[in-house]
Write a protein that binds this ligand. Structure first.
Ligand code: SF4
Ligand code: SF4
Length: 191
């Protein structure tokens, strides 16, 4: 039979100055002041990268934007892409809808008619919506997609006057997504 070992921890005794947090507050103010001065003098890391991009210390948004300076790995709005012939890559498997943590994706699949040349693909999305109020830009939809049909693009100016405006439908998703070249398994006649 094992005996539980009791460990008694001694709480450190705080001095009066520590109890009223005054020292920590002053230290916080000094740290903030140091960062503010470094930024004003263009010496902070953010200020250096803005300076080297030719924008000066402060970006004058919306006249100035990151647009063409966005790194390739930037995670902006998720969107659907077509292949170079304008065909939709999505096979409506709904894996992205299943994996999406905040349940921002809603898909209504439809069957591809038997007379269609690509009826072997079986499904395509009749409706495809992403609620951008819910989306957390995690990129899991992109990770899980077996057809490389959904990507997080560089679009970061997602605005709308109503909640309905913030729900991107299929047309809007293809508008943001554009074309993505490369292998698409479903167009392979032999598979
Ligand atoms: S980026 Fe994340 S939260 Fe947004 S739609 Fe994709 S899986 Fe959902
Ligand atoms: S975007 Fe990709 S994961 Fe989502 S339903 Fe279409 S094929 Fe499946």
């Amino acid at each position: 039979m094992s005996h539980a070992r009791i460990v008694t921890l001694r709480r450190p005794r705080l001095r009066f100055g520590e109890k009223i947090y005054l020292g920590a507050i002053v230290k916080g103010f000094l740290l903030t002041l140091r960062h503010a001065l470094r930024t004003m003098l263009g010496k902070s890391a953010g200020a250096r990268s803005l300076n080297s991009s030719g924008m000066g210390v402060t970006m004058q948004f919306p006249e100035q934007r990151w647009d063409d300076r966005m790194p390739e790995y930037y995670r902006g709005a998720p969107a659907l892409v077509t292949d170079e012939q304008g065909r939709e890559r999505c096979v409506s498997c709904q894996l992205c809808e299943f994996i999406c943590p905040p349940k921002a994706i809603h898909i209504v699949p439809e069957e591809i008619p038997a007379e269609d040349r690509w009826s072997k693909v079986e499904k395509r999305p009749k409706e495809f919506e992403i609620d951008m109020i819910r989306c957390i830009y995690c990129g899991m939809c992109e990770e899980v997609c077996p057809e490389q049909a959904i990507y997080l693009r560089k679009d970061y100016l997602i605005t709308g006057l109503t909640r309905a405006d913030m729900v991107h439908d299929k047309r809007r998703l293809y508008e943001i997504g554009g074309v993505r070249t490369g292998l698409v398994n479903k167009w392979n006649e032999l598979k």
